[in-house]
Ligand binder design. Structure first.
Ligand code: NAD
Length: 338
């Protein structure tokens, strides 16, 4: 059984902890937070050992009536792998702690790529992370694009990718984010930083990206154009993508016109938090003209990186022989693709 510590129990951390908990080969060694809030209360309710990560140690948690099991260092030392889900830029300040404790560490997409040996996506480059000491699970957007590009690259070759990312203004709990009444080119610079981030997974990929921000908290939407090296039919591309467990082709018959109904669908289906772990590709949008493929996909920013973190734990611990086995085990335990 792999003991997995989670440092930072916010949007991503709480989902990763719950995903670890349902894996047959993993258990939650504990979760660490700096300060008490509703998420710390939930951690205790779930039965996770809570560790203090702030300078004031256990004091703020004691004051809030929350029992702590020790410090973040205790948790890291007791873990086979630690998943750092602290806010972007904070993870790198924790790297020395993980190194001191000799605990392999997984960082998130808010860190710069040089925080870890490998920028990771299970479908695209699992094998490069096997046996590494550190990996960075790439951002929600880069994860969504990597899952799409991997099968396209393998089956048809990619000459050039162009993507416009229409990004949610903030997560539902991020009351300080926006815009609340505008449509922003963001960043204004072209290409946006997203293309270079995808190249941390596909170093030779020719890709240009443009970013926007809009007033929604639901999901990101990608408008994708890929010039392929061969010319499959739209039907062949649909069949290829439908075979991927982490790609969901939305059939027209579901009547899903956007992220709102997608989230409603997963809530109705009983998914935890209404999470959408898969890329959601509108099947009818898959169009091929010559060698140019076009499609729209929606990405649930809070959820798509969660199964990738689970696979990254297995890659670092070298306990699973192949990417396919890890992906299948993760998906079966979580219910991805069901
Ligand atoms: P968050 O703010 O929701 O959660 C971060 C948690 O870490 C909070 O509980 C915070 O109190 C805690 N924390 C802060 N400093 C800490 C420290 N020094 N030690 C321990 N805990 C600390 O952030 P998030 O949205 O979960 O993002 C975490 C990482 O995941 C970032 O790198 C982010 O870029 C990346 N990410 C976020 C999303 C998303 O949409 N939210 C998607 C993909 C990747």
């Amino acid at each position: 059984m792999l003991h997995v510590g989670i440092n930072g129990f916010g949007t991503i951390g709480k989902r990763v902890a719950d995903a670890v908990r349902v894996q047959p080969d993993m258990t939650v060694a504990g979760v660490a937070k700096r300060s008490p809030n509703f998420e710390a209360t939930i951690a205790v309710d779930r039965g996770y050992d809570l560790f203090a990560a702030g300078e004031d140690g256990a004091d703020p948690f004691d004051a809030a009536g929350l029992h702590t099991a020790g410090t973040v260092r205790d948790m890291v030392a007791a873990s086979d792998v630690v998943v750092d889900t602290t806010p972007g830029g904070v993870g790198e300040t924790n790297a020395a702690l993980y190194d001191d404790c000799d605990t392999p560490a997984i960082f998130q997409g808010g860190e710069s790529a040089d925080v870890a040996e490998v920028s990771f996506n299970a479908r695209a480059n699992y094998d490069t992370a096997v046996g590494a000491d550190t990996v960075r699970v790439v951002s929600c957007n880069t994860t969504g694009l990597s899952r799409l590009f991997a099968p396209l690259q393998e089956s048809y070759g990619i000459e050039k990718a162009r993507v416009t990312l229409v990004r949610r203004g903030g997560d539902p709990g991020q009351t300080s984010r926006g815009p609340i009444n505008d449509t922003l080119p963001d960043p204004v610079e072209i290409p946006s930083h997203h293309g270079p981030d995808v190249q941390t997974v596909f170093p030779d990929l020719d890709i240009d990206t443009m970013g926007m921000k809009v007033p929604t908290t639901q999901m990101h939407t990608h408008s994708v154009n890929v010039t392929l090296e061969s010319a499959p039919t739209a039907g062949e591309v649909r069949d290829l993508l439908a075979d991927e467990s982490r790609l969901f082709l939305i059939p027209e018959t579901l009547g899903i016109d956007g992220a709102g109904k997608l989230k409603e669908y997963t809530r109705d289906a009983g998914r935890p938090r209404g999470d959408v772990w898969e890329n959601c590709i509108w099947a009818d949008s898959v169009t091929v003209e010559g060698r140019d493929l076009y499609l729209f996909q929606a990405i649930h920013q809070e959820a798509d990186v969660v199964p990738e973190n689970i696979d990254a734990v297995r890659a670092l611990s070298e306990r699973t022989a192949s990417a396919e086995q890890s992906i299948r085990r993760t998906d079966d335990a979580l219910g991805v693709g069901e």
